[in-house]
Design a binder for this molecule. Structure first.
Ligand code: HEC
Ligand SMILES: [Cu+2]
Length: 309
């Protein structure tokens, strides 16, 4: 039976166990109640107009049973439920836990590690170690959901929320945003990669992935950080201006001034989008990537933009 329940995390197995018995209980009582009801309807139907109902005096034994039995069942459901729930909501304090800061923004996830590394959309975690996520949003409500781990928590602007898991099976698991957060909500996806101890060592030493050129990394970030959701690279219109031919373009700002796009302007536009607004686009659409992307990552994105002439 163990593989029938989630086996990626121990807690997920408990959640599935409770869910399974709840459904079984509900099915049992639904069938039992309806069967008795149908039987009694037929058995005691009116057979002739002058038929009298027999007087019913009540039964203390029956009343006792139908009070005590459900109370025990409901109390058990509560005990199991509150046990799993409090385990889920109590963040582990183990010495070897890994704490990752998760940021949700329209429409991507990013992860900051204790050693300063930043990952976008894909999170890497060690197998068998507790991982605590400290989460916040820079814009609207999001919700971080890893279905296979059976954990989910809202991600809210201006406060931190927390989630934890300990994944025992290496592999890649889907992340969803489950709070409708605008146009590209359904594209706000990611993966949690659970690495074996050897792969985790390699990952920490930056040996797990091939070294990318700045342009290659920039293109990856363009997709992973969801710039692609608002900026096309082939000139087609989108929520924001196209990146095609952006470098060196002469543009009118919302306040009427003309600028020529150069490196400094691009850095500023990515870190503080509302300082210089392109004419025709509303403020507040583009999220700020200040602190979300490292300077090196911004440089690589710019290297990529330069190739789109
Ligand atoms: C939610 C939509 C959205 C996302 C996601 C987004 N942007 Fe933008 N971006 C806009 C809008 C709208 C503008 C135009 C208004 C302004 O200047 O802030 C803009 C403007 C810009 C500009 C200035 C363009 C110009 O023509 O002068 C740059 C550069 C830019 N974004 C880069 C990025 C990068 C890099 C990313 C990903 C890391 C990104 N944007 C993600 C919506 C978005
Ligand atoms: Cu979202």
């Amino acid at each position: 039976m163990s593989s029938f329940f989630s086996s990626v995390t121990e807690l997920g197995g408990k959640v599935d166990f409770i869910q399974f018995w709840l459904i079984l209980l509900m099915v049992f009582w639904f069938v039992a109640c309806n069967a008795v009801m149908i039987y009694l309807m037929l058995r005691y139907r009116e057979r002739s107009p002058d038929q009298k109902t027999s007087p019913i005096k009540g039964s203390h034994t029956l009343e006792f049973i139908w009070t005590v039995v459900p109370t025990i069942i409901v109390a058990l459901i509560f005990l199991f439920g509150v046990g799993a729930w409090s385990e889920m909501r109590t963040m582990p304090t183990d010495e070897d836990r890994l704490e990752i800061s998760v940021t949700g923004q329209k429409w991507s996830w990013s992860y900051k590690y204790p050693d300063g590394r930043v990952e976008a959309s894909d999170m890497y975690v060690p197998q068998g170690k507790p991982v605590v996520l400290k989460m916040r949003s820079v814009d609207v409500l999001h919700s971080f959901f890893i279905p296979e781990f059976r954990v989910k928590e809202d991600v809210v602007p201006s406060i931190y929320t927390y989630l934890w898991f300990k994944a025992d099976v290496p592999g890649s698991y889907q992340v969803f945003c489950t709070e409708y957060c605008g146009d590209n909500h359904s594209a706000m996806l990611g993966k949690v990669h659970v690495l074996s101890p050897e792969d985790w060592q390699k990952y920490m030493k930056n040996e797990l992935f091939p070294v990318l050129t700045p342009v290659e990394e920039g293109e990856q970030l363009y997709v992973k950080r969801a710039c692609v959701g608002c900026h096309s690279k082939d000139g087609s219109p989108a929520i924001g201006p196209t990146f095609q031919g952006l470098m060196g373009r002469e543009e009118e700002m919302a306040d009427g001034t003309m600028i020529v796009v150069d490196d400094n302007y691009l850095v500023e536009s990515i870190k503080y989008p509302n300082r210089k607004l392109v004419k025709g686009y509303p403020a507040g659409q583009m999220p700020s990537y200040d602190g979300q992307l490292t300077d090196e990552q911004i440089e690589n994105i710019i290297a990529f933009i330069k190739t789109l002439q």
